[in-house]
Each structure stands twice: as C-alpha cells, then as structure tokens.
Design a binder for this molecule. Structure first.
Ligand code: FES
Ligand code: FE2
Length: 439
C-alpha cells in the first residue's frame, strides 16, 4: 500500500477532517481490517429480513462485515445466528446460501450441529478424552441478535447499545418506509440482484446519501425520460438545490434523502417512467380498488433513500445490503420486496418499478465507484477525498422534528457518518462470541 499514516495521537483527526477524508481510508487494508472489528463487529449490522427465513428450519448465510454467519429459524419460531466456521478445524459448515435444514453437517470430518449451532454428533467420538469434553465446542454465537419489525441485526459487542437506541431517530423514517409497504407483517423480501464491485464498501455508502450526482451520473436515463416522455421520475434532481428534497443527518451515521416532497407533490404514479403493463394495471385498479388513486400512489416506490449505517440501504421499495469483501472489493445485494396483502397485479407492477432501478441506473453508479477507487489507488500523492459541499454555505437547518437537514446535494450525509466512523474507529470494543452450551 502507498499509505502514509500520521503519528497515532493525531492519526484519526488527520485521516478524517471536517470536510475531507484521507484516501487511505479507502485504500489501506489495515484500516479495512480495523473497520471489520470496530465498525461492523462492534456495531449493529443488518443481517437479513425475517421473511427470508419464514418457515421452521429455514436458514440463510449472512455477514457481519467479512464474518460469515448462518441465521436460522427454529421449530419454535426463534431466530438463531452462529458463525459459519466449524469448531473443529474451521471449515465452512454450511455451504448453501440458503435453504431449509434441521441440522448442519460439516463436510470435512462430519461433525453435526443442530439449528442453533449446537454440536451433537462427532464421528469416532471415543477418540476424544476428558480435556476435549470440557471445552465449549458449539458454533460461535454473536454477542447479541435482535429484530426491529422484521429487520434482523447482530453485533459481536457485548456492550453495544440496544438496537432501538442504535437506530435512534432513523427508526421513525424506517417506520414510514414500513408503512408504505403496508406494515411490517406484509413485507416479503424476494430474490436479490447481486453485484460484485472492485471498490471499497464506503464508496457505496457515500453514494447512498449523494443527491448531487444524479443529473450527471444518470444523464442518459434522465435524457431518455425527458426526450421520450417529457420528464418524469427523478427529473426533479436536475436542479436539485431548488427542489423541496432535503438531505437529513440522522443519529449514529444514518441518513435520509427524502424525495417525497417532490415525488408525491402531484402524483408519483403519473410521473413514473413507462413500464410494461401500466395501462392494464390502471384498469384493474379502477375496477377493483375502493380508492383507485390511493392504490396507484401506494404502488410506486417509497420516495426515500434511507441509509442505516453501515450496511443497510432502503431505496424506493428495495432493500440493498452492503457486504464488504476486501479493502477494494464489495458485494451489493438489491432485494426486491413484495407485499403479502397485495394482489398479483400490484406485486407485478411493484416488480416492474424495482427493475427500473437498479437495472437502468445502478450500473452508472457502480462504474463511478470503481473509477473512484481506481483514481485513489493510482495517484497516492493526491491525498484527499472532498466532502465540503454546503459545508460553508449556512444552509443546514434544524427541522421541526429536531433533525438536522441540508440541501439535497449537500455532503452532510458523508460528514455525518464519518463523525460516527471516527468515533467507532477510536473505541476499543469488547468483541465476544459464545461457544457454550445453550439450555
Ligand atoms: S473441520 Fe468441520 S468436522 Fe473437521
Ligand atoms: Fe445513483
């Protein structure tokens, strides 16, 4: 690496300044390794949605940063999470991304674990003596697992604050997002579109609160929409600082770009880009819904980019998960959602909307993330990443609900989460897993 780190006492304040960040934060594998402990393992990170493991013995792999876990639903409906790392020699025990299984057998030497990761079968067990039998050899469980209205989080930090405290004032926006989906009990995460990108995971998080890039990065999409259909969804980003959208700095590094004031100003349904089946759906709604207008407005995206630091992004009606892989590699998982209470035509139309983005837009972003990483790697002497937009314009204000907001193109989102990042990176968390026997 081409990293130059300043002396320890001032290191963090030098790396992350009020309005700029040092490139090594994106390129230094030592910082990345520390992030996996202090940002991911020590904080609450999103694992999965309960609807993905709805039935008894459903399981799915998930990640606490680079640590892989298996999350299962017990026969009693309880959620369990354990490290996907055999307590024998470390082999990956569960090699399926998801499925349904009451037990897990490690392919290497055949040790057997139940749905809670409890060891119950060792081939040739008589070869092990009392010292072995006194050891805790169950699969390692993270210190805390909790669900907020179906969104499952975990942490390895025994002293982590309660999940609701971590969500802080982002919870009220999460509740609004959930309400747009018809309530927590109606949300079902469907399959995911998965991307593998050659960039640091924070490139994705940076962009999640970036209301500045849209008319440039997504120019072809907006031009096509304008030329063929005379405008539509997202066109209000063209002159974004004059729009009614705001960039909200939330607790603990969370943030929100709220598109709703513009998107729903007239009719969000009317300004959507054309989708196959729109006219047929409108006829269906007119014939079946008690309030056709409200049903059409409920079919569109939520109009929110709600970012739950460090790895959960709610975009429109979709759930995007950031999975860091290496300092310069990340996986992104875009889960479409459907509603349990919706009929097939509504869920089909929701899927058409969810195909619009990422299919027609996310590649623009992905390309920029990789090119930023490339630039930071290729030119080490040019050390800084800028986040000073609207830092000095005095346009931030405290909203009536007490939330600090800025113009939608402000870098407030980055400045806000880097404050949390720096705080966490300086702490020395007590990371713990438990391999003991469960009752
Ligand atoms: S490594 Fe799993 S049984 Fe040996
Ligand atoms: Fe974008």
């Amino acid at each position: 690496m081409n990293t130059v780190l300043k002396p320890a006492s001032s290191e963090w304040d030098w790396l992350v300044q009020d309005d700029r960040v040092h490139r090594s934060v994106y390129t230094d594998s030592r910082i990345f390794a520390l992030e996996m402990d202090r940002i991911f393992a020590a904080g609450w990170v999103y694992l999965l949605h309960e609807s993905e493991i709805a039935q008894p013995h459903d399981f799915r792999q998930a990640w606490i940063g680079t640590r892989e876990v298996v999350v299962t639903r017990g026969p009693d409906g309880q959620l369990n999470a354990f490290a996907n790392r055999c307590s024998h020699r470390g082999a990956t025990v569960c090699r399926e991304a998801q499925g349904n299984a009451a037990t897990f057998t490690c392919p290497y030497h055949g040790w057997k674990f139940d749905h809670r990761g409890q060891l119950f079968g060792i081939p040739g067990k008589t070869a092990y003596g009392p010292a072995f039998k006194n050891r805790d050899m169950h699969l390692a469980r993270p210190a805390q697992v909790a669900s907020y209205k179906g969104f499952v989080f975990a942490t390895l930090n025994v002293h982590a604050m309660p999940l609701t405290e971590h969500l802080g004032n982002a919870a009220r926006y999460l509740d609004q997002w959930i309400a747009h989906q018809g309530g927590a009990e109606n949300i079902v995460l469907a399959g995911a579109q998965r991307f593998h990108l050659d960039c640091n995971w924070k490139m994705v998080y940076d962009n999640a609160g970036d209301g500045y890039h849209v008319p440039f990065s997504h120019q072809s999409l907006l031009m096509m929409t304008q030329q063929r259909y005379g405008g539509g969804d997202m066109s209000y980003f063209a002159d974004a600082d004059r729009s009614r959208m705001r960039n909200h700095a939330l607790d603990n590094g969370h943030s929100l770009i709220d598109q709703r004031p513009d998107m729903f100003a007239q009719s969000a349904w009317e300004q959507q880009r054309p989708q196959p089946g729109r006219e047929v759906y409108e006829q269906h709604v007119a014939a079946t819904a008690p309030d056709a207008r409200a049903t059409l407005e409920a079919t569109v995206g939520a109009g929110m980019n709600l970012n739950i630091f460090p790895n959960l992004l709610l975009i429109g009606n979709q759930v995007q998960v950031i999975q860091p892989l290496r300092v310069d590699a990340v996986a992104m998982h875009w889960h479409a959602t459907r509603r349990r209470d919706a009929d097939a035509p509504m869920n089909t139309m929701r899927m058409r909307t969810q195909e619009d983005f990422p299919v027609m837009g996310e590649m623009d972003d992905a390309s920029n993330f990789e090119q930023c990483q490339r630039g930071l790697s290729l030119c080490p002497e040019d050390e800084w990443v800028d986040m000073s937009r609207h830092f000095e314009t005095g346009k931030d204000l405290v909203e009536a609900d007490g939330v600090l907001s800025g113009p939608v193109t402000s870098d407030l989102h980055m400045r806000n989460y880097y404050t949390q990042w720096k705080r966490l990176m300086q702490a020395e968390p007590a990371l713990r897993v438990d391999k003991g026997k469960l009752r």
